[in-house]
Design a protein around this ligand. Sequence first.
Ligand SMILES: *Cc1c(COP(=O)(O)O)cnc(C)c1O
Length: 367
Amino acid sequence: MGVPLLIPISKPSLGPEVESEVLAVLRSGQLAQGPRVAQLEQAFAELTGCEHAVALSSGTVALELALSTLGLKRGDEVITSPFTFAATLNAIVHAGATARFVDVDENGLLDTSLIQDRITAATRVLVPVHLYGLAVDLTVLRLPPTLILVEDAAQAIGAEVQGQPVGSFGIGCFSLYATKNVTTGEGGIVTTDNAELAERLRLIRNQGMRERYEYLLPGHNYRMTELQAAVGLPQMRRLAETIEMRRRNATVLLDGLADIPGIRLPVVPGGSSHVWHQFTIRVMPEASMSRDILSKRLWDRGIATGIYYPKLVHDHDCYRASDQVQPDSTPRASAMCHEVLSLPVHPGVSDADINHIVNEVRNALGA
Ligand SMILES: *Cc1c(COP(=O)(O)O)cnc(C)c1O
């Protein structure tokens, strides 16, 4: 009896180039931040068309620094999505502001038509989340000129909308965590055209030091290592290729899972280029099986699934007592927590795997 094979929900696409790049770092003796980190930054600047990219130790740190450098005060409001990972909300709380929430659309992305009504005299920042690898269409927004955009692009490396890359609309925050489309194990990147902001982030990440042992401000150690950059660089060179593989898998899934009663498939709006961090279906109440039973059944048959996210980001006791978290009503996002189910779509998913996924979902739902 062999070990039952599981199709994982994420799998890093590393190759021999990563191994030789890491080995080169080990042999060089320079393990801390150095030339490869600078090259990785350059790759993100090129990808987004931004003047500057600053590598940091995680996507959470990217969001936290992007927000904390804005000088937000108690009572200042930051609008974001309730349907996101905890880091988005935590960064707002740590920056000292109050989080406000706007409901999501059919894809689980901020509904841009509702943003205007949430803006108050206290609103300072908008944090759109490019969820599952699909960009929030920021080209349609007519925002007050004083409102600052901080994009949570953790899941959307390489995504574009109306031809413009995510991370170039405002301050871009990317994650290189192990499950993301490009990974360094842990890591984050901020992209910006603002030279002053980039310089400040570089100072903060390195103890506030400019010249050796000259400190301009009390900083932190938020640096990335050469080893991490060595893992990420080859993936950036192959990014177009791995995005294409995800796209191909998504196309076959969309085709194979079409017209199942009670199942809604992701919809790619015109003008958006989806990078398929997740392929997320919605199991509606009228489906012949609940989302949770379908999920368990797929796991039992060797298909890992993900639920992003089972609860609204603020729906936890630790935020309930906080006057920095305003739980605005977002009924669509609340419903979606019970509907969403992500299926494997990464480049490690083979044609045979896709067939298996399609057959098992169809069989489960009698379609
Ligand atoms: C992964 C992720 C983050 C945080 O990134 P880390 O690198 O894990 O700290 C933030 N926001 C979203 C939406 C994410 O998916």
